[in-house]
Design a protein around this ligand. Structure first.
Ligand SMILES: C[S@@+](CC[C@H](N)C(=O)[O-])C[C@H]1O[C@@H](n2cnc3c(N)ncnc32)[C@H](O)[C@@H]1O
Length: 219
């Protein structure tokens, strides 16, 4: 699916997104995002890629002094983000092609976004360009794990009626596909290492379904 299709899907669900995510993660998303924030650089400009409704930047609001910027292709998501964080900047863009000059940021976060990127290598190159040495990329995502086939089975059976009711068939199929597209932490790690990053922190949450990883730009 091309960027416009993905942006439409997320724009259409933007009104129910926060409630759905909180329910689907039993409220844990907030502690995962705080864990990610605690492992990033304490200062400098911050870019949140696939910012959605801006939750990561909102959580930073009171204690972070650098400029906070969120990008997302879904304009519906960005509207809600701006309501939540009036002092943050939001731009419609994708992670594979970021409209900023070299070395502009010290932190780049992606919360539940990495598996949606259509060209992961291009994103990592962009992150390398935008970060100064020592800059960090922090990722929260559903990782590929032993239970992935079971999760996919549930999405195709038990969870399907709820999914169809809330989102409709096209969007539910898209979410199933995005779980199929998930990577293991080792796969993500080798992609980053090839582009001059090293893994500095990792943790598994939600019985290992959710991975949190921080990479530092070393070269
Ligand atoms: C599951 S939501 C996560 C939103 C938010 N980061 C959070 O943690 O709640 C995925 C977001 O990624 C965005 N997205 C999809 N493809 C993208 C891309 N290629 N580049 C940047 N963002 C993308 C979607 O529009 C959507 O807002």
């Amino acid at each position: 699916m091309r960027y416009r299709g993905v942006a439409e899907i997320f724009s259409q669900i933007s009104g129910i997104y926060d409630r759905f995510l909180s329910t689907a993660t039993a409220g844990r998303i907030h502690s995962w995002q705080r864990e990610l924030l605690s492992q990033m650089n304490p200062s400098g400009n911050w870019l949140d890629v696939g910012t959605g409704t801006g939750e990561v930047l909102r959580k930073l609001r009171d204690r972070y002094e650098g400029i906070r910027v969120g990008v997302d292709p879904a304009i519906g998501m960005l509207r809600i983000a701006k309501e939540k964080c009036g002092s943050c900047y939001f731009i419609q863009a994708v992670g594979e092609s970021l409209p900023f000059k070299d070395g502009s940021f010290s932190n780049i976060s992606l919360s539940l976004v990495f598996r949606h990127l259509q060209d992961k290598e291009s994103f990592i190159e962009e992150a390398g360009r935008l970060l100064a040495e020592g800059g960090r990329v922090g990722i929260i995502d559903i990782g590929k794990f032993r239970g992935t086939p079971f999760l996919l089975f549930l999405m195709r059976t038990l969870l399907k009626p709820i999914g169809l009711l809330l989102f409709g068939k096209d969007k539910w199929d898209f979410f199933i596909h995005s779980v199929e597209e998930s990577y293991s932490l080792e796969e993500i790690r080798s992609m980053f290492e090839r582009k001059g990053f090293s893994l500095s922190y990792r943790s598994g949450r939600f019985f290992g379904v959710v991975q949190i990883a921080i990479f530092i730009k070393t070269a």
